[in-house]
Design a protein around this ligand. Structure first.
Ligand code: MTE
Length: 332
């Protein structure tokens, strides 16, 4: 993602070659936090070990199996990304801006007890304990591509059920046009909340028909186990036809609203990240092309063979109709 330095208004590319000032500042913030005891050094090293253990291989976390999904488009024949790559190359800015930070730092995240509040324009608002939310509908395994706006992608066997299952139960009112996702922002357990990289909490949103689309997955697990902390435990959304930043991690509120909600990256850099953020090889990011992608795990680093990015990340037959007649350059 881009790092937006608020004080000077610079927009920086975030890549392995360039370490922007706000990242340095962020790292400094983190060191200060660690030194100040907000997250003590002992806890940090315990957390890092725990997270790295999680990163090594499946088999360490509780199982969460899902039946093979019958939803068209929920499977792909592509080779799965290695668990190690999927759990050690992450974006989860609450734990740091470097790809390796979430695996190192997210061991501090407390995923139990956990409640998700459903509020706003619904007939049946309520607080769901995470265990009840997991049991609300049958778990399915879905192999989706995750395409990040930064130009890389992975293929992951997610476990969850269509968000539509929950939405139908809470009965949205007629004026509920959008769904907003609010994620945890706990400075005690998330060392980067408090840095100026983004406005916390990280929020995201979908139009109601996008949220109701069967491919939109309320996700509790991956690779047959519960989500590792760095991948958004205990519950995240995965919207496979949109750039990865639309899939908020560690969700605490699902809010039904009438107006298009603000979203974390749109607030940080509106001209670069729109509300829709559909994967689209024909609409470039203002400063780089979106036509190709690098598959994590292919090897070769920056010189790896690039794959052609597909419209709507390959899910056009399933979701293209949602955007019929819309100018996707305008609604990027
Ligand atoms: N959710 C929260 N709360 N905070 C974040 O920084 N990053 C997003 C998204 N969800 C992010 C988040 C981005 S930019 C991407 S690409 C995906 O999570 C990455 O998911 P992964 O680490 O499981 O691959």
């Amino acid at each position: 993602m881009l790092i937006h330095s608020r004080d000077k208004g610079f927009i920086h590319p975030h890549s392995s070659e360039i370490t922007p000032r706000s990242v340095y500042e962020g790292r400094r913030d983190m060191l200060k936090l660690l030194a100040s005891g907000v997250a003590g050094a002992a806890m940090a090293s315990w957390a890092a070990r725990d997270a790295l253990a999680q990163a090594a291989a499946p088999g360490k976390l509780p199982a969460l199996k899902g039946a093979k999904s019958a939803v068209p488009g929920a499977q792909t024949m592509e080779k799965l990304t290695d668990y190690k790559d999927a759990t050690s190359y992450n974006n989860f800015y609450e734990f740091g801006t470097d790809k390796a930070d979430p695996a190192r730092n997210a061991g501090t995240l407390k995923t139990r007890p956990w409640t998700v509040e459903v509020e706003g324009l619904v007939k049946k608002p309520g607080k769901y304990d995470i265990e009840d939310l997991i049991k609300l509908s049958a778990q399915e395994e879905r192999i989706y591509r995750l395409r990040c706006v930064e130009g890389w992608s992975m293929v992951i066997p997610w476990v969850g059920y269509s968000l539509a299952e929950l939405i139908k139960r809470v009965e949205p009112q007629g004026n509920a046009k959008y769904v907003e996702f609010v994620t945890l922002a706990d400075p005690k357990t998330m060392p980067f909340v408090g840095s100026r990289v983004l406005d916390w909490p990280y929020t995201e949103g979908l139009r109601m028909d996008e949220a109701m689309h069967p491919l939109t997955l309320l996700t509790f697990g991956m690779y047959g186990e519960v989500l590792p902390n760095q991948n958004g435990a205990p519950v995240r959304v995965v919207v496979p036809w949109k750039y990865g930043f639309k899939s908020g991690k560690s969700i605490v509120k699902i809010r039904f609203v009438e107006k298009e909600p603000g979203t974390a990256w749109n607030k940080a850099a509106a001209q670069e990240y729109g509300f829709y953020s559909n994967v689209n090889p024909n609409v470039d990011h203002p400063r780089w092309s979106q036509a190709t992608e690098r598959r994590i795990g292919d090897g070769g680093g920056l010189f790896a063979k690039r794959h052609k990015t597909q419209m709507f990340n390959g899910y056009e037959p399933q979701v293209g109709q949602l955007y019929a007649g819309m100018d996707l350059k305008k609604f990027y």
